[in-house]
Write a protein of this length. Structure first.
Length: 136
């Protein structure tokens, strides 16, 4: 896959093509996302493993630097669960798990919040709970 810095959006209630939203701070692919009703966060993948960007959902425009990850290795397998306040992010084979307050731009801080440690490979969430699946 090629790294890209473009972001598009769709209006779910209407038929039609995607529309340009803006650009990421760095071209990448394979990152994870989290959001509140106001802000979206893009956790860097290939091409930007240390980057964390954010957007304001209600207005089109380029992403802004949110901060940096604790560790920038192993971008192939990462996962994120979130609710409207917090986003929890980690990469498989990396003991550093991260907790982010979505409303506050800042560098990541290490935060141990699951006993799966560095083995989580997939995630799913509802507004109340998040699940991380391990394999191996």
């Amino acid at each position: 896959m090629a790294n890209r810095d473009t972001m598009d959006y769709i209006t779910i209630l209407t038929a039609g093509n995607a529309t340009d939203f803006g650009n990421l701070t760095t071209a990448q692919y394979g990152g994870k996302t989290a959001c509140s009703i106001v802000r979206g966060i893009i956790f860097g993948g290939h091409g930007a493993p240390g980057a964390i960007d954010y957007i304001t959902i209600a207005s089109v425009g380029n992403a802004t630097d949110f901060g940096d990850h604790v560790n920038t290795t192993n971008v192939d397998y990462n996962w994120c669960v979130h609710n409207k306040i917090y986003a929890y992010f980690a990469r498989i084979l990396d003991a550093n798990q991260e907790k982010h307050t979505i409303a506050t731009a800042a560098n990541a801080t290490a935060f141990l919040w699951t006993s799966l440690g560095n083995t989580g490979t997939n995630a799913l969430q509802t507004p109340i709970k998040g699940w991380i699946a391990a394999s191996g």
